[in-house]
Design a binder for this molecule. Sequence first.
Ligand code: PAF
Length: 281
Amino acid sequence: MIIARSIADLRQALAPHRRPAFVPTMGNLHEGHLALVRQAKPLGDVTVASIFVNRLQFLPHEDFDSYPRTWEADCAQLQAAGCDVLFAPRENDLYPEPQAFKVHPDPLLADMLEGHFRPGFFIGVSTVVMKLFACVLGQTGGTAVFGKKDYQQLMVIRQMVRQFALPIDIVAGETSRAADGLALSSRNGYLTPEERQEAVALSEALRQLARQWAGSAPGERAAPELQAVEALRARGWQPDYLTVRRRDNLQPPEVQDGPGTLVALGAARLGSTRLIDNLEF
Ligand code: PAF
């Protein structure tokens, strides 16, 4: 595996290739990331992953400084998963001057749910992803793989690629889960052993929400959402939202929308760790 620490090194490494398949990450890799790398492998003639902890997508009180940096383990795992090129730019290579020019996603999609609770988050994500795309896929186009675990992020990136006519295919990867159903996430590492046992309650709450929503009459569909929030709160969580949305635009469902077109999304804090998850139904 070639490790490129600058844009110039990356361009040199990619010069012989016609169609990279790319998996962007912030490192601290787990099986979920590696599954995306394995999924990317047959989609291009070179498999590229990036590791870059993107300051722009963290709010001032969030965990940018303490975000786990696990370089050696990440490199070993990427190599074993079949990654050919790792792009790990230094901050001043990707942002050599303050990044004043930013990508502002559609507020209708990006200012709700995660964007409501983490204002500016999707501006930071879209800006860095646009820049990573320019570095990795800018010469050739190609494919990029994003996990469904960050469902709204996937939709924002899809819309960005479509509206800017970027020559990039966005492919979605299924969420990898632990044996008990907890969605794998770099932030699971923050959980205490007791919290780790409890953490599966978020995916269970989403399953229950989807079941109850599907079983309720159109006029009574607010109740399952409130119940899901209250059920988690009663277990000691601080929920931000548990809600059912249309898969195509993340808007609240219309009366005629039914299972097969919907997704239940949730975000909640357990102790000091904020977890997100979702379930298509
Ligand atoms: O999902 C992530 O890890 C990040 O948001 C991404 C896409 C790598 C951008 O920093």
